[in-house]
Design a protein around this ligand. Structure first.
Ligand SMILES: Cc1cc2nc3c(=O)[nH]c(=O)nc-3n(C[C@H](O)[C@H](O)[C@H](O)COP(=O)(O)OP(=O)(O)OC[C@H]3O[C@@H](n4cnc5c(N)ncnc54)[C@H](O)[C@@H]3O)c2cc1C
Length: 425
């Protein structure tokens, strides 16, 4: 198999890129120009994973099939797990995939390319903390689905237990930890409404953060507002608390131990260790080091999103969906120009449109940047929540078009009204 452009990883950035390129190239020249590779058969926008984990979003309703998206957007899709990448030889290897019974579902293959884009995302950073690998993580849809099933079991057990209490400790007070806390509270509240008084139980969530405040990457006002909102709902917020060890039923910190029935690790990101073995320049987080044109250290090989370290002034572009979204738009232009033997001289410049954090179904908090990068508007409540939701819609618009995005949003709204907000089965 040979393709002009291969995009590896169909996440927030890679899928948008493949869709943009496919719409420009696929229709005219058959399907063999743009290939998207992912190890999953369906796509879920990663910032929704805390909702899948809490059961407030149904992964099977939310998931979009790569095959259908490929057909609509005129790119090709293949299921595969990248295991080797040869930049000089312009080829990559995909491992065989097995089904649940251990039989070969997809054989190992090699794909050759003229240009490639690595859009592999990231996983968790355990910072070498002993036992952290045993905690729950939200790296992939499968993790969030497994967590949801475990959570439902734990909710049910707690409802019939003597103690009538469930303790969840979340390590990491970044957006993932904060949003997951809020979403778990909502799931619990919905469940309590459906239970009789004799089955009601208490949910104790502890949010542990090593930095002096939660949401430390965001302005202090947002952090204070989120802390207040979570504490008002009963979450124990523990900033300035470094976890030194994770045990099956507790966290060990310098100040003592925190007991919990469920422990979630959401304390930072790190890209796959295998990235460092492809002969491309990488950093200590295994991210591919790219320049301000998103070029890796090898010619015609690019990287975007969480798996790339891209310069942003003195800093690096943050690992966010809005960065992956912008980089996909930039690379689409750059690659289309490259196919015409032209180059895009303008570098990629990250534009920060602010940060929004969801605090449940109708509440959010965050800051929105004005026209040209400032001033910074503080938003909260329903306005912030609606702005937060618009990011997701923007992603759908990039891969489905405006009409289909609106139909999908309406269909999901109606479905929720009928089936309820919590996936309990
Ligand atoms: C719970 C949660 C909440 C978040 N909330 C926000 C938010 O509110 N705002 C925000 O801006 N960001 C948020 N983020 C961060 C955001 O999700 C990421 O920055 C963004 O998804 C990065 O996009 P990406 O395309 O680089 O990677 P991803 O979206 O992670 O996609 C990577 C893709 O690569 C595929 N892949 C990985 N390895 C292989 C392989 N070996 N072979 C084949 N395919 C592979 C994966 O299956 C996946 O589809 C959140 C993250 C989480 C976990």
């Amino acid at each position: 198999m040979h393709y002009d452009i291969v995009v590896i990883g169909g996440g927030a950035g890679g899928l948008e890129l493949a869709a943009r390129l496919g719409r420009k190239l696929g229709r005219r020249a058959g399907r063999e120009r743009v290939l998207l590779i992912d190890r999953s058969v369906f796509h879920i926008w990663k910032p929704s994973l805390h909702e899948v984990a809490a059961g407030t979003l149904d992964a099977h309703q939310e998931g979009l099939s790569y095959m259908i998206l490929a057909r609509r957007n005129h790119f090709s899709f293949t299921l595969g797990d990248l295991v080797d990448f040869d930049a000089a030889g312009r080829s990559l290897s995909l491992a065989e995939l097995l089904d649940d019974d251990g039989r070969v579902l997809v054989p190992a293959r090699t794909v050759s390319f003229t240009r490639a884009v690595l859009a592999l995302g990231s996983g968790s950073n355990h910072f070498g903390t002993p036992g952290a690998e045993s905690a729950w993580v939200l790296e992939q849809t499968a993790d969030a689905e497994r967590f949801r099933r475990h959570l439902l079991g734990a909710f049910t057990r707690a409802a019939f237990s003597e103690r009538r209490q469930l303790g969840i400790a979340i390590v990491g007070g970044g957006a993932t930890g904060v949003e997951l806390s809020a979403e778990l509270l909502e799931a619990h509240a919905v469940l309590q409404e459906g239970f009789g008084a004799e089955q009601r139980f208490r949910l104790d969530i502890t949010l542990v953060e090593a930095a002096p405040r939660i949401l430390s990457a965001l302005p202090e006002k947002i952090s204070k507002q989120a802390t207040r909102a979570l504490e008002r709902k009963g979450v124990r917020v523990l900033p300035g608390t470094a976890v030194t060890e994770v045990r099956p039923d507790r966290l060990v910190t310098a100040d003592g131990e925190i007991e919990a029935d469920i422990i979630v690790w959401a304390a930072g990101i790190k890209a796959a260790a295998t990235n460092a073995g492809y002969g491309l320049a990488t950093n200590r987080l295994n991210q591919f080091i790219v320049d301000d044109h998103l070029r890796t250290s090898a010619p015609d090989v690019y990287a975007l999103g969480d798996c790339a370290q891209c310069p942003w002034g003195e800093r690096s572009v943050p690992a966010r969906a809005q960065a992956a979204h912008q980089q996909a738009a930039y690379l689409a232009r750059a690659l289309l120009a490259a196919l015409r033997e032209r180059s895009v001289d303008k570098p990629y410049v990250y534009r920060d449109f602010g940060s929004l954090v969801s605090l449940g179904e109708k509440r959010g908090v965050g800051s929105l940047m004005g026209g040209l990068g400032g001033p910074n508007f503080f938003v909260e409540g329903l306005v912030a929540k609606l702005a937060y939701m618009s990011l997701h819609l923007d992603h759908h618009r990039a891969i489905l078009g405006i009409g289909n995005t609106l139909v999908l949003a309406l269909a999901r709204l109606l479905q929720r009204r009928v089936s309820g907000r919590l996936k309990l089965h």
